[in-house]
Write a protein that binds this ligand. Structure first.
Ligand code: FES
Length: 567
């Protein structure tokens, strides 16, 4: 009987089929030799390195040196490192929004991981959408993968305070809108908000995703929060390279790491961090790639039994560098250990319970003991009701508690243009007690579900000293923002959800206590409005068209339907 051939390794993987695979490999090697590699190097196992360096991506400024450090680690461990580019998404650089392209980056990553010959991969990402996109792609490709994040920027000491992107950006801009900060001052601040390489320095989406990737087990414990400019970040990169080589002989695949249990651990961490609401959408999408569903009712159960332990901006005081030096994820996970699934393995193959040890030092200003939490319950809750049949999200840790039980008049904006045109109109019919509603900004719209859920306080109210109002929409909010803001109303308006039917003057009831969000309008009136509702026109072609035909709603992670796990 013929013995099965040994599995193909290194450059011999995935050769094109011209009807003669030996020739295809011969051809591949001869072209690879044009890059100066010796035969000995080409015979080694291959570690791919996803290089998302881009002149458009300030958060990835250090990627070139990270690639070099990963290569060192791979070479020293006996592998051949081959870096390659993929789509790089920088939050402030993209129109209509980076979210519109997250799935494109995920698709690109998955395709290149499966098309090119590699035995394992190091994924280098950092800015908000890159880490989820890479984890989604790796989860689907299911080849051994280590996530390396670029790391957070350092806060800038400035005239007696510390500044960092981008909670302080919003704080200063809100003060400028309110007329308490001058044009000269806001211009001066602009150059002080982001002064080092790295991702936003607060517990925004990038930082939250780095922590969740660590909780999932795709980032080695302790590596997620190392500042971008710290020498340890380069050592973490070297280690990621060496680990990727180890994963070739002792493979651990994303499918073994991203499981229902590790996803629940990540949800606990999201809640304990008071982390970004965006991370919930991303985690849902990553889990969906492995057939794991996140149930928003379960999220509420977890939220009621998970304390907020991390005190960072935007909800608290510290910055990511404080979190890291306070003990980082090892310290946080230790505090949460009674609530975690300790059998989950990570990229090192070691169960969480064995990776956790009592930390020698924890700075309790930033990582509280479970017995003295920032809040006894989690940072995020899901709301359900006639306005959000499939759910909506509120970050209660960043909201004003006195607004948690509100029944009031709706002041509706029909889309982003309407919002921009009217928000600062001195004649706008709005009072502080109103609920501001933005519709037609979900993932099916050309707006691409932007971070516009942080509707600005109308200028005339801001100038009168109003700091917060209940605001709600079918879009997202930056992880660095704060306020009593209901997000991800599902189904979105463009999908014909009840949100599409809301009009100014309607009454809406928000009850955080009851986890409810209701539109208080007679069914007969709604039926009339529904009959008159016209779905938005579809884009003629291209990525926008594909999105409109394929994108799922927020409760399914806004992934493309065709990219979810089959079956
Ligand atoms: Fe890249 Fe904030 S803009 S992490």
């Amino acid at each position: 009987m013929t013995q099965p051939l040994p599995p193909k390794r290194g450059l011999a993987r995935n050769t094109a089929n011209y009807g003669d695979r030996d020739f295809a490999l011969y051809l591949r090697r001869s072209f690879a030799k044009s890059m100066g590699y010796s035969q000995a190097m080409l015979d080694k196992p291959v570690v791919g390195i996803v290089d998302t360096g881009s002149d458009y991506n300030n958060c990835h400024r250090t990627v070139p040196e990270l690639v070099e450090a990963v290569k060192r680690g791979v070479l020293a461990a006996g592998g051949l490192p081959l870096a390659f580019p993929t789509v790089s998404l920088c939050e402030p650089s993209l129109f209509p929004t980076s979210m519109h392209y997250r799935n494109l980056a995920a698709l690109d990553t998955e395709a290149m991981l499966t098309a090119q010959p590699m035995d394992s991969v190091v994924l280098i990402g950092g800015c908000d959408k890159t880490v989820p996109a890479q984890l989604m792609g790796a989860a689907s490709a299911d080849i051994p993968a280590v996530q390396l994040v670029t790391g957070p920027m350092l806060a800038t000491p400035f005239q007696g305070e510390r500044l960092s992107a981008c909670t302080d950006c919003r704080r200063y801009w809100a003060a400028y809108r309110a007329g308490t900060v001058t044009r000269d001052r806001i211009d001066e601040i602009e150059g002080r908000l982001a002064t080092t390489a790295g991702t936003c320095g607060v517990m925004g989406t990038a930082s939250t995703m780095a922590c969740l990737a660590e909780a999932l087990g795709m980032v080695p414990l302790g590596h997620g929060s190392i500042p971008a400019v710290h020498a340890d970040r380069l050592r973490a990169a070297e280690e990621a390279g060496a680990l990727a080589v180890r994963l070739i002989t002792a493979p651990i695949r994303p499918s073994q790491i991203i499981t229902a249990e590790s996803v629940e651990n990540a949800l606990r961490v999201l809640l304990a961090l008071g982390g970004s609401t965006n991370a919930l959408i991303h985690l849902t999408a990553i889990a969906g790639r492995r057939g794991v569903k996140i149930d928003l009712h379960r999220l509420n159960e977890l939220s009621d039994t998970t304390p907020v332990l991390v005190d960072l901006k935007p909800t608290g005081e510290g910055y990511m560098e404080d979190f890291h030096s306070a003990g980082g994820m090892p310290a946080l996970l230790w505090e949460l250990r009674d609530k975690l699934h300790l059998g989950c393995i990570d990229v090192t193959g070691v169960p969480l319970g064995e990776r956790l040890t009592k930390p020698a030092f924890v700075d309790r200003r930033y990582i509280r003991a479970a017995s003295e939490p920032v809040s006894p319950v989690g940072g995020i809750v899901a709301l359900f009701g006639s306005l959000a049949p499939r759910g909506a999200i509120l970050k209660r840790s960043a909201a004003t508690e006195s607004l948690f039980e509100t029944e009031s008049r709706a002041m509706v904006f029909d889309g982003l243009e309407d919002l921009a045109n009217r928000i600062d109109d001195p004649d706008l019919d709005v009072i502080p007690a109103d609920i501001m509603v933005l519709k037609n900004a979900g993932s099916l719209t050309p707006a691409g579900m932007p971070e516009a859920g942080y509707l600005p306080i109308p200028q005339k109210l801001a100038r009168a000293g109003v700091k917060d109002m209940v605001r709600m929409s079918d879009c997202r909010m930056s992880g660095t923002a704060f306020g009593t803001i209901v997000l991800h109303i599902t189904p979105e308006a463009a999908a014909g959800g009840p949100l599409a039917l809301v009009e100014s003057g309607d009454r809406i009831r928000l009850s955080v206590r009851n986890r409810s969000l209701d539109l208080l309008v007679d069914e007969a009136v709604l039926a009339r409005r529904r009959a008159a509702w016209v779905p938005p026109a579809k884009a003629a072609r291209g990525w926008d068209r594909l999105i409109q035909e394929q994108v799922l709603q927020a409760d399914e992670g806004c992934d493309l339907a065709m990219l979810r796990m089959a079956g």
